[in-house]
Design a binder for this molecule. Sequence first.
Ligand code: NDP
Length: 337
Amino acid sequence: NRQLTLASRPEGAPGKDNFHAQTSPVPEIEDGQMLLRTVYLSLDPYMRGRMSNAESYAEPVAIGEVMVGGTVNRVMASRHPDYKEGDWVVSYTVGWQDYGVSDGSMLFKLDPDYGPVSHALGVLGMPGFTAYMGLMDIGQPKAGETLVVAAATGPVGATVAQIGKIMGCRVVAIAGGEQKRQHLESMGVDVALDHKSTDFARQLADACPSGIDIYFENVGGKVFKAVLPLLNLCARIPLCGTVSGYNTSELPEGPDHLDMAWSTLQTRRVRVQSFIIFDDYGHCYGEFSEHMSKWVADGAIQYREQIIEGLEQVPDALRGLLEGENFGKLVVRVGPD
Ligand code: NDP
């Protein structure tokens, strides 16, 4: 059983030295348990937070513990009444290793006839759920409104952009680099922008002649600064994540815009609502699943995945994810079907 554990807490970007590779015997199971083998591991921005001791909504991974993560697994042996050998499941308790034992908690069964099982880690799983609830419940999209979203080739952003189109919004989608920008155009958004352009703030203003009604916040940083002056009266901001700052623990250099930002939100009566998907919306999973599986099945929502091979690639891939090197939902193939 190959395992990657947390060896040290990173300062700045995470690197190979922060992890330790080890092997352990394949675990035994007892009554009520099953043995799971990992086929796919999801890499997600929140993992950077779990490596850190900083205050967060979830406990950090302890030094020496196997890193956490969502996985698609095969049931290898079962003494659990609801699961049998050969079943496909998504688990949130196995993490960065080949084998794990589960008692059925934080586990969902998958139907492999339905489509690629790895999609359960993206558009049909946690990131898709995040996009759906954040936009529909907090964003409250209405036809004709302007919706802005960044990290828009990733699993959350791409899903937000496409649900926005389904709801009749004018969608301005943002990503890093020309190749990703062109991909956004092919997704059918109204305007696709590259946040690395030197005149990005002006391009965003030109792209939003009627202001911004919904800003789905994935990234923070310079994108948020460019959005702020364009917010309309009673705009909504689903505050989903601020990935541009996940590798930093200090305040940025330069002028402090906090008071100006605060007063803009107040005078324009902006609704800002942060959320943690399963904590706040776990009870809505059925509603999400029903809508999203239909949209994906009939092609209304497209999905881009980047699959890399091998558990040993994971540390470097996580660093790359936080720096925009991924192109689509980043998934690691850990073992055979
Ligand atoms: P992505 O696969 O989109 O990966 C992160 C992307 O962020 C990178 O590919 C990069 O895209 C972009 N990025 C990185 N640095 C910057 C920067 N300085 N400025 C602008 N963009 C940057 O991630 P996900 O779709 O999985 O997650 C998107 C967001 O949603 C994250 O903030 C994540 O933490 C959050 N999230 C929140 C949840 C919740 O419950 N609240 C649940 C799940 C996700 P590019 O190259 O285009 O810049």
